[in-house]
Design a protein around this ligand. Structure first.
Ligand code: HEC
Length: 145
């Protein structure tokens, strides 16, 4: 689908920062840790906004994994994103479109995990690109609503 140079350009773009696509305030790593801790404690005291920001934190971890060809880190990130999308806090909307977008997002996280398992950096980069497209599609849907 993409030539190797195209993949390189994509990778460089992603390395610059995910907010090319998802522009939001920076987030510190503590929030991710707090989130995990609270999940362990079975508490749901995080606001929707903080819950949603965790996605960006995990996405950055995945970008770091791509940069270092750390396939374990990428696979873990993909798994965490999928888990997050199954939490009740994810379903702020229950329209059929939102559920469909969520299902497509989950599918792309599965493909990212599988691509990482195959340890092919170009394939994994493209799979990450697909996940990012799904982030953007859902946010566009929410904005247009
Ligand atoms: C199926 C829908 C959906 C997908 C896919 C999705 N999001 Fe979101 N996202 C939301 C919703 C809903 C909100 C909350 C919007 C609001 O509060 O108005 C949100 C908010 C956010 C916010 C803003 C948090 C804040 O309030 O500051 C960030 C950052 C974010 N998402 C990152 C991501 C990233 C990164 C991905 C992909 C890895 C992603 N999202 C995928 C639905 C989605």
């Amino acid at each position: 689908m993409f030539s190797k140079p195209a993949v390189s350009v994509l990778l460089i773009c992603f390395l610059c920062e995910v907010p090319i696509f998802v522009s939001h305030a920076p987030l510190n790593h503590e929030q991710g840790k707090v989130f995990q801790q609270q999940q362990q404690d079975q508490e749901t005291t995080l606001s929707t906004s903080d819950f949603m920001k965790v996605k960006l934190d995990i996405t950055r971890e995945i970008v770091g994994g791509l940069a270092m060809a750390d396939f374990t880190k990428i696979a873990q990130g993909a798994e965490e994103l999928k888990k997050l999308s199954l939490e009740s806090g994810w379903n702020v909307l229950t329209t059929p479109d939102y559920l469909q977008l969520s299902a497509e997002f989950r599918g792309s996280t599965d493909r990212l995990r599988q691509a990482a398992a195959s340890k092919n950096i170009d394939g994994t980069t493209l799979a990450y690109f697909e996940v990012t497209l799904n982030c953007v599609r859902c946010h566009k849907y929410i904005r247009d609503k």
